[in-house]
Design a protein around this ligand. Structure first.
Ligand code: ASP
Length: 337
C-alpha cells in the first residue's frame, strides 16, 4: 500500500510536470491528502483474525463487501475457540445453536438471517439473501432451507465442548447475561456469555460496507433474536456518511435503533467516538438501572476513515487494520470505568 500511495503521488507529480512543460505556465501542486482507507475495523480481540481475512481483499484493491464476508467467515467457522460466533457458538436454552447475521453494502443493499440453524456461515447466507432474493431477512427453518438450496452445507453446530458447557448450565438453568467478562468470553478458561463480530470496511475506492455475525446470548430462549441481524440496530451503513455496528445485550440496542442512531449522529457532524458515546448515553438515560448491569458497545467509522468506539462498561476492545498496521487492538472508552 505504501508503494501504491507513493506511486500515486509520483504519477500525480509526473502528470503536473507534463502539463507544465506543455503549457509553459507554472502551477502549484496541491499534495493529495493521505486517505484513511482502505481500512477495516472489527469488534473484540477476535476482530484481529477477521480483519486479516478482510485485509487480503482490501489490500489487493477488492470491494469492501467482499472483504467483510471474507473476514467474518474466519471467526464464524475457523476459530473454534470462539463460542460466540458461528460454528462452536453456544446454544440456546434448549440446546439449539441459532445464528444471527447481517450485511450491508455501499448502495444501501442489505441482507440478513436470524435464528438460523445448521449452517456455519450466516454472513454468506445474509449476502445471498441480499443478492439473490427480493427480501432483506429470512429466519429460522426458511433461512436454513434457502442456504441449502444455494449450496451451503448443513452441519451440526453443537460440538462436544459446547454441549458440555450447556449441560453444565442446565444444572442451574439461570439466564443471567454476565456483564464485563467480554475479554474472557468464549476463550479457554474464560467465562461464557455473549459477543458479536461486527465489522466495518472502506475499500480503496472509498466505498463502505459492514457486517455482523453472532450466536447471540448464550442460553437465550429458543427463537430469541438480538440486534445483530437487524439493519439499523446491529449494523448500519450509509456510504455518504459512514457505518456503525454494535455488540452487547441486543435488546437495549434494538430499543434505541443503535447503529442507525450512530450514523445519523455522524451525519450531523459528530466524530465516530462522540456518536458512539451519545448512543451509549441514550441507553443509559432510558434505563439507568439496567445499564449498570449490562454491556453494550458501539463501533463506528466515517467516510474519511476516522474511527472510534464507546461502551457502557470497560473491557470492550476493537481491532484495526490498515496499511500501517494489521493487528492493532484498541481498548474502547466507556461510561463506567
Ligand atoms: N449483540 C448480541 C446479541 O444480543 C450479543 C453480543 O454482541 O454480545 O445477540
Amino acid at each position: 500500500m505504501y508503494n501504491r500511495r507513493k506511486f500515486i503521488k509520483l504519477s500525480a507529480a509526473g502528470a503536473s510536470l507534463a502539463a507544465l512543460s506543455k503549457s509553459g505556465i507554472a502551477k502549484t501542486i496541491t499534495p493529495r491528502p493521505e486517505s484513511g482507507y482502505p481500512i477495516v475495523i472489527s469488534t473484540w480481540d477476535f476482530g484481529i483474525i477477521a480483519n486479516k481475512g478482510a485485509w487480503k481483499v482490501l489490500s489487493t484493491g477488492g470491494r469492501a463487501l467482499d472483504a467483510i464476508e471474507a473476514g467474518a467467515r474466519i471467526p464464524e467457522a475457523e476459530d473454534i475457540t470462539n463460542h460466540t460466533v458461528g460454528r462452536t457458538g453456544l446454544p440456546d436454552r434448549d440446546g439449539h445453536v441459532t445464528l444471527d447475521s447481517c450485511i450491508m453494502d455501499e448502495f444501501g443493499n442489505c441482507g440478513s438471517v436470524a435464528a438460523m440453524e445448521d449452517i456455519a456461515h450466516p454472513i454468506s447466507v445474509a449476502r445471498m439473501v441480499m443478492e439473490k432474493t427480493p427480501h432483506v431477512m429470512l429466519v429460522g427453518e426458511g433461512a436454513t432451507q434457502f442456504a441449502v438450496e444455494q449450496g451451503m452445507k448443513k452441519e451440526k453446530l453443537l460440538t462436544p465442548e459446547t454441549e458440555k458447557i450447556w449441560k453444565e448450565w442446565l444444572k442451574k438453568a439461570q439466564y443471567s447475561p454476565v456483564m464485563n467478562i467480554e475479554n474472557g468470553a468464549g476463550r479457554p478458561g474464560g467465562k461464557y456469555n455473549h459477543d458479536t463480530i461486527g465489522m466495518l470496511a472502506i475499500d480503496a475506492k472509498g466505498n463502505i460496507s459492514g457486517g455482523c455475525t453472532t450466536s447471540g446470548m448464550a442460553f437465550k430462549l429458543h427463537g430469541r433474536v438480538g440486534d445483530s441481524p437487524i439493519i439499523g440496530a446491529g449494523l448500519y451503513v450509509d456510504n455518504e456518511v459512514g457505518g456503525a455496528t454494535s455488540t452487547g445485550v441486543g435488546e437495549e440496542v434494538i430499543r434505541n435503533v443503535g447503529s442507525f442512531l450512530v450514523v445519523e449522529l455522524m451525519r450531523q457532524g459528530l466524530s465516530p467516538e462522540d456518536a458512539c458515546k451519545e448512543a451509549v448515553h441514550r441507553i443509559i438515560k432510558k434505563k439507568p438501572e439496567t445499564a449498570k448491569k449490562i454491556q453494550v458497545g458501539f463501533l463506528a467509522i466515517n467516510k474519511k476513515g476516522e474511527y472510534g468506539a464507546y461502551a457502557i462498561q470497560s473491557g470492550f476492545s476493537y481491532a484495526v487494520c490498515n496499511a500501517q498496521q494489521q493487528d492493532l487492538l484498541v481498548p474502547g472508552k466507556s461510561y463506567y470505568k
